[in-house]
Design a protein around this ligand. Structure first.
Ligand SMILES: Nc1ncnc2c1ncn2[C@@H]1O[C@H](COP(=O)(O)OP(=O)(O)O)[C@@H](O)[C@H]1O
Ligand SMILES: Cc1cn([C@H]2C[C@H](O)[C@@H](COP(=O)(O)OP(=O)(O)O)O2)c(=O)[nH]c1=O
Length: 221
């Protein structure tokens, strides 16, 4: 039975980079590691439909915050059995985005703080109704919106298929999302959070997180 670590943050905040560094740091400690990124594009119809809606397809689907959030949530519901199995079979499972993404982006789209109703709606849908596994630790990459945007723009210009979608192009949405993420982290929403400040080297952050995983695993035994 392993620990579930979730990496959260804005588009371009460095989630994929930290996830990869963390997996490498865990493997170098002799641990068995499994990683998964949400949305599971190409593997989940709900995720693909939501991504298409972000690019203007499917009529007015994009307009509904709840409909979009339900699609991202259904992607995770479909992955539940796989996720539970990975947690059973690995020492550590690392996720690039999870339920907190839905909470932060949905509240931000509706101009709500974390107390406005949507965050609680997401929690009830995903953790109560769907009974998705509760993360052991949620890691928030606290990067200024302008830095995340510059990185997402750079990636768009250098990587095929990484053109920015409607959320990524909306910098006021990104900035409200950062506000909700900060609230979620401060209130330790659903489980423990760790905030990585801007400027911390991803490899150094990964080493610290890997040490913390080793200690948590020792406590579980
Ligand atoms: N700490 C960092 N400092 C500088 N550049 C970074 C850092 N972390 C990630 N990057 C770069 O920023 C871009 C976006 O990072 P990525 O990990 O893909 O972000 P995300 O998965 O959050 O969208 C990539 O080009 C990556 O190489
Ligand atoms: C996983 C997830 C993502 N999102 C948002 C965050 C992103 O802006 C957008 C797409 O996810 P993202 O991780 O950015 O996909 P990619 O960069 O690979 O295209 O959807 C939610 O609103 N809820 C969720 O549950």
């Amino acid at each position: 039975m392993g620990v579930l670590i979730v990496v959260e943050g804005l588009d371009g905040s460095g989630k994929r980079t930290l996830t990869q560094a963390l997996c490498a740091a865990l493997v170098s400690r002799g641990l068995t590691v499994s990683d998964l990124a949400f949305p599971r594009y190409g593997k989940s119809q709900p995720a693909d439909i939501a991504a298409e809606a972000l690019r203007g397809e499917h009529g007015d689907l994009f307009e509904s915050v709840n409909a979009m959030a339900a699609l991202w949530a259904l992607d995770r519901y479909e992955a539940k059995r796989d996720l539970v199995e990975r947690i059973r079979e690995s020492d550590v499972v690392v996720l690039d985005r999870y339920v907190a993404s839905n909470a932060a982006y949905s509240a931000a789209r509706s101009h709500q703080s974390m107390d406005g109703g949507l965050v609680e709606w997401v929690r009830q849908l995903e953790f109560e109704r769907f009974s998705l596994p509760i993360p052991t630790l949620q890691v928030y990459l606290d990067v200024p919106v302008s830095v995340a945007e510059d990185r997402a723009q750079y990636r768009e210009s250098t990587e095929v298929g990484r053109d920015r979608d409607a959320y990524e192009r909306d910098s006021t949405l990104q900035s409200r999302t950062a506000g909700v993420y900060a609230e979620l982290a401060r209130s330790e929403w659903v489980s423990e959070w760790s905030v990585i400040p801007n400027g911390v080297d991803p490899a150094a952050a990964a080493e610290q997180l890997a040490d913390s995983c080793t200690q948590r695993l020792a406590r579980l035994q």
